[in-house]
Design a protein. Structure first.
Length: 133
């Protein structure tokens, strides 16, 4: 009886420690407000480089590939949505109704998190704004 209790307590202790380890990962807040000014050419340049190296495998501007064409995504979606798709990819796949619809449409192939900083996401957003027609 005693040893069973001891076992139970060690299990609880172990679970609490593992929870702590998970909680220690830096929390990423959802982006709730994006201020848009005129398209920033410096960020566009950086964003184009990032897009070409990290996104082009799955996204073309004009044609559907593994993921949707992105030329006019800044006209179809809010900037906060686009930022969060890059910044909080897994969370968006869980909570955003629009994104979840897309996920189903793309046969539940989840886009991988690019692990960008907020500034890198913003650069890609500026690039996408610059290519919209
Ligand atoms: C391995 C393939 C892959 C890579 C790499 C990838 N994506 Fe995606 N992306 C997808 C898929 C597939 C979807 C559709 C939703 C889903 O299934 O997750 C998507 C959806 C999106 C959407 C939502 C479009 C809409 O109409 O709502 C945006 C925005 C987006 N991706 C941007 C990017 C950007 C920017 C990058 C580069 C940092 C990137 N993706 C890298 C596969 C990818």
């Amino acid at each position: 009886m005693k040893s069973k209790l001891l076992g139970l307590f060690s299990l609880i202790g172990f679970l609490l420690i593992s929870l702590n380890v998970v909680a220690m990962q830096p929390p990423k807040e959802m982006i709730t407000k994006v201020e848009l000014g005129p398209v920033n050419p410096q960020l566009v340049k950086v964003g184009k480089g990032l897009f070409t190296s990290k996104c082009i495998a799955c996204h073309d501007l004009d044609q559907k590939k593994v993921g949707p064409a992105l030329r006019n995504v800044t006209k179809e979606r809010k900037p906060e949505y686009i930022m969060n798709v890059m910044y909080n990819t897994a969370k968006m796949q869980k909570i955003d109704p629009v994104y979840k619809g897309l996920l189903a449409q793309y046969k539940n192939v989840p886009m991988p998190d690019p692990n960008f900083t907020e500034t890198q996401c913003r650069s890609v957003l500026e690039y996408l704004r610059s290519v919209a027609k």
